[in-house]
Design a protein around this ligand. Sequence first.
Ligand SMILES: C[S@@+](CC[C@H](N)C(=O)[O-])C[C@H]1O[C@@H](n2cnc3c(N)ncnc32)[C@H](O)[C@@H]1O
Ligand code: SF4
Length: 385
Amino acid sequence: MINLQSLLRKLIFRSVNWISRKFFASRLSYSHIEAFIFCNSFKKLLNFLLVHYEKARGIEILKSYPYLFVFEVTNVCNLKCPFCLTGKGISGDRAVRHVTFEEAKKIIDEVGDYIYLLQLYTWGEPLLNKDIYKIIEYAKSKRIFVMISTNATVMNEKNNQKLIDSGIDYVMVAIDGGSQETYPQYRVGGNYNQVFENLSNLLEMKKKSGNTRPFVEWQFIVFRHNEHEVEETEKIAYEIGINKFTPLPAYVEDKDWLPQGDKYKVEAFNPERLMDCDRPWTHLNYRADGGIASCCYEFYKKDDFGEAIHTPFSEIWNNEFFRESRKLIVQKRRGKTLDKSDLICYDCLESGLRPSFIESPTETQTAQKIIATVEIVEEKPQPKI
Ligand SMILES: C[S@@+](CC[C@H](N)C(=O)[O-])C[C@H]1O[C@@H](n2cnc3c(N)ncnc32)[C@H](O)[C@@H]1O
Ligand code: SF4
């Protein structure tokens, strides 16, 4: 039976989610609030205010720095989830590789003083990067709130200890199912019993260590084949010590995957709709090949705004691509006709559809296998100049 404490917890999370959906286009989460409260400083706060001043005024050449950092520490994965571009074996014409600690240190040194929240994944499985624990520790030394989403396949005892010791704040574990019958239908290549054991081990080790960190969320993507397991899995999740259980409506490309119940139903082939965009003022999106993307919805190398392994951040943030994207967003906001542009932001703003998950017809590497055993290809990053 779910007790009073978990009911209260559910109520709080649902309220935060409701407020977030209603007022922040789903862009505010519990971790954002925690990051703002616990990882603040005078310098960060001044920068935060400056970001919003510059955004409100529609300024294109910024004095402020981004305060949210989406950092893809790897684009390698060991699973083949059918609606994930990485799972489909699509690289976006990028080198398939892990970010090194030195590369991570460079960018964290450049922007870390202003960052509240560091999300260490976009596509790919973050825990496959062996440097991730060192990267987390380094970010924590700068008082940044650090989170990951993981498929939990490589969370063995040794790695769990390293994860706890790294000081990570938030671990989202993506397990879509409550049994071996259902789970591997989407998480192709994964084993339910294994990931459940890995997760239980993390929670036990956290309990033994006496730490309240990391906050652990179980994210359950709801499809037709697993919708009947949501309630039972939620119960089990709280029993083993999960902090938050989230049944998540799925993005699907085949309507046969849609749940039959109304609760988690979404429209097939329906990528997220555009709301007012502030990302080129607030977010830094770093891809595993060093590419700087416009936002987390951008996938293909050809759409990058720059590269950050060899280029100082100060030369990227106000370059012609960022300036142009800010100009387009301001035009849209003010109801003006958009200047014709080759930037990905132009299509995104014109159509109102975010480009996430949409396969590019120009993609040339669809057959490339992005799996853990792949030989790591080092390519010289090619910024769009
Ligand atoms: C591309 S994954 C990368 C991180 C990690 N490999 C994982 O699976 O958690 C980023 C997020 O997308 C979510 N995701 C994957 N397929 C999805 C789908 N069809 N609908 C909604 N979210 C999905 C994952 O659960 C994860 O939280
Ligand atoms: S585990 Fe994550 S990155 Fe890997 S294929 Fe699945 S959703 Fe994509």
